[in-house]
Design a protein around this ligand. Structure first.
Ligand code: ADP
Ligand SMILES: Nc1ccn([C@@H]2O[C@H](COP(=O)(O)O)[C@@H](O)[C@H]2O)c(=O)n1
Length: 214
């Protein structure tokens, strides 16, 4: 099999990274066939915190690079580029730690990697063939995050807004926003930007036919 092409989709929390990646995946998966396209999540690489109490886990700054095991993600990306299967961790936002399960992840021609801090880490950055940044305004992200976290991550409005003020917003300005400078493509208006989806799909179709130039 040809060497996988790795595409990073970075940007602030609730900017539409997951929706954008999932839409591209779902619209291309049949066309690209078996081993065509898959999504890997940076969030899966949040550190295991099973040794901590729930109260301690709630104090973690989840928007600082130290919250992630980026070294393991980097190692896994290296394996995938060499066409080796990995076992990605599986993370639970409700318990703030990894589950006992892992996800067997077989390399595909195109691998979309999605996460807030992918472009802030130099080793990871070097792994990506295309770097995309979702440039959704922070107030829109906050509204979407409140709605999503209440439904999908078992949070209260108070916990989301406290976390936003204490860590999410400051870490955005310290790490995420500056990482936009490394992006090849900056996408406005979030995960439903149809033209951006079509442009990336066209590039992916082209890359799926050609061996990538590494
Ligand atoms: N352009 C958009 N319009 C309306 N809702 C959106 C848009 N983009 C994303 N969302 C919604 O906002 C929430 C956060 O988006 P998500 O893709 O999970 O963001 P991220 O992966 O960047 O954290 C989700 O509920 C998603 O469906
Ligand atoms: N236990 C956790 C782990 C992470 N978060 C927040 O998730 C955000 C990143 O995921 P997105 O899908 O929103 O990009 C990040 O901003 C963390 O604050 C959390 O709340 N709890």
């Amino acid at each position: 099999m040809m060497k996988p092409t790795i595409i990073a989709i970075a940007g602030p929390s609730a900017s539409g990274k997951t929706l954008f990646a999932q839409t591209i995946h779902d619209e291309l998966v049949d066309e690209l066939g078996e081993n065509g396209i898959s999504i890997l999540y940076e969030d899966a690489y949040y550190r295991d915190q099973s040794h901590l109490t729930m109260a301690e886990r709630e104090q973690t700054n989840y928007d600082h690079p130290d919250a992630f095991e980026h070294q393991l993600l980097n190692k896994h990306l290296s394996s995938l580029v060499n066409n080796e299967t990995i076992n990605s961790p599986v993370y639970c936002y409700k318990t703030h730690t990894r589950t006992n399960e892992t996800r067997e992840f077989t390399p595909t021609k195109i691998i979309l990697v999605e996460g807030i801090l992918l472009l802030s880490n130099i080793e990871l950055r070097d792994r990506f063939d295309i770097k995309v940044y979702m440039d959704t305004p922070l107030d829109i992200c906050l509204i979407r995050r409140i709605k999503r976290d209440l439904i999908e991550r078992s949070r209260s409005v108070e916990s989301v807004t406290n976390q936003y003020l204490e860590t999410v917003r400051p870490m955005y300005y310290q790490f995420i926003e500056p990482s936009k400078a490394w992006a090849d493509i900056v996408i406005t208006r979030g995960g439903k930007n149809r033209m951006a989806i079509e442009v990336l799909k066209a590039k992916i179709r082209q890359l799926s036919k050609l061996p990538p130039q590494h």
